[in-house]
Design a protein around this ligand. Structure first.
Ligand SMILES: Cc1ncc(COP(=O)(O)O)c(C=O)c1O
Length: 350
């Protein structure tokens, strides 16, 4: 029998653990649109406490959490300041423009980490010709920058700069638990001073569905109406929130291992002729590698890897492939994946 495929396309490929499935089967439920699902309520309370925020809202996905944040914070003709590579800028179907009616001041932040200087340069002055800057968008960890982290001190400086400019701050913390594990701090320390946070249960934390939006009580009260407007009011959704509880119990201590695996993979790939890996960017569970022109476009290279039992995502526009680790891939998988990539690269080079 051939080895099973090693699927490194994303940390969304986790499947629910036995503990999650048990929790789902046993979940106490009610109608959450009536505010009567005890499992959702306890998950929201737990997460608000974990992040030191007043309130939380269980939403279907990271995209829905970010969209609810945009629609709650902003009005049309206001502007969001974000790194150009942020997920919301490109990978959320342009909801910021088509649904929230805001503009995006997209800046080039080294390593995906915004700085006060970048913020000050991007914040437009009051002028009849201009949109009004309103919200600063921090993505931590930053996916397309390579899983890089914004540290507590960098965050403190950003929050201070945003306050001085009269701006609010949202953290897209889809992988904030990875940042916390890498920096050895509590998640609340990474979001201190932010007005809102979205984090995903369904990435490295391994739950099948769900994100939390967190913020002040008034903000979450309004975001709950917004969630209903965008079709996110769910009924006996405690069956999903229960998996979120189990994920929070089980997975955070395992994330460091995912980071060790990513580092191992990155180091092995950095020795492969024809591949380029910036090891300095590998802080968490994401590894990007670029390709010598002889290896062909990344999507075609990824297709060749798939034939050999390893799946990654190829991005032709950026000439690179992405591999992501999670708790259900092993250190042996890293070694085997690196061998497969090396063999495919050697074939491509011949
Ligand atoms: C940084 C970041 N934010 C938001 C999202 C959106 O999450 P979802 O796929 O749950 O909508 C993703 C998805 O990969 C992401 O990487």
């Amino acid at each position: 029998m051939s080895d099973p495929t090693i699927d490194l396309r994303s940390d969304t490929l986790t499947s629910p653990t036995p503990a999650m499935r048990r929790a789902m089967a046993d979940a106490e439920v009610g109608d959450d649109v009536f505010g009567e699902d005890p499992t959702v309520r306890s998950l929201e309370e737990r997460c608000a406490e974990l992040f030191g925020m007043e309130a939380a809202l269980f939403v279907a996905s990271g995209t829905q959490g970010n969209l609810c944040a945009l629609l709650t914070h902003c009005r049309p003709r206001q502007e969001v300041i974000a790194d150009r590579g942020c997920h919301v800028v490109t990978w959320e179907v342009g909801g910021w423009a088509s649904l929230a009616g805001v503009t995006m001041a997209a800046v080039d932040a080294p390593r995906g980490v915004l700085t006060p200087a970048l913020l000050r340069a991007a914040a437009k002055p009051a002028n009849v010709h201009l949109v009004t800057p309103h919200l600063v968008w921090v993505e931590n960890t930053h996916n397309t920058a390579g899983g890089t982290c914004t540290s507590p001190l960098q965050m403190d400086a950003l929050v201070d700069a945003a306050r001085a400019l009269g701006l609010r701050v949202h953290v897209d913390g889809a992988r904030i638990f990875n940042a916390a594990a890498a920096l050895d701090v509590e998640v609340a320390r990474l979001t201190a001073g932010a007005d809102s946070v979205q984090f995903c249960l369904s990435k490295g934390l391994g739950a099948p569905v769900g994100s939390l939006l967190l913020g002040g009580a008034d903000f979450i009260h309004e975001a709950r109406r917004v969630r209903k407007m965008v079709g996110g009011g769910m009924r006996q959704v405690g069956v999903l929130a229960a998996a979120g509880h189990a994920a929070l119990d089980e997975i955070p201590p395992l994330l460091r291992h995912d980071h060790d695996n990513a580092r191992l993979l990155a180091e092995l790939l950095s020795d492969v002729p024809g591949l380029g890996v910036d090891l300095g960017l590998v802080e968490t569970n994401i590894v990007f590698f670029d390709l010598a022109p002889r290896l062909g476009p990344p999507t075609a290279f990824a297709a060749r890897l798939e034939e050999r039992g390893v799946r990654v995502v190829g991005f032709d526009d950026a000439n690179r492939c992405r591999a992501v680790t999670y708790h259900q891939v092993t250190t042996d998988d890293m070694r085997r994946a690196a061998e497969v990539v090396a063999a495919a690269a050697a074939d491509g080079l011949s």
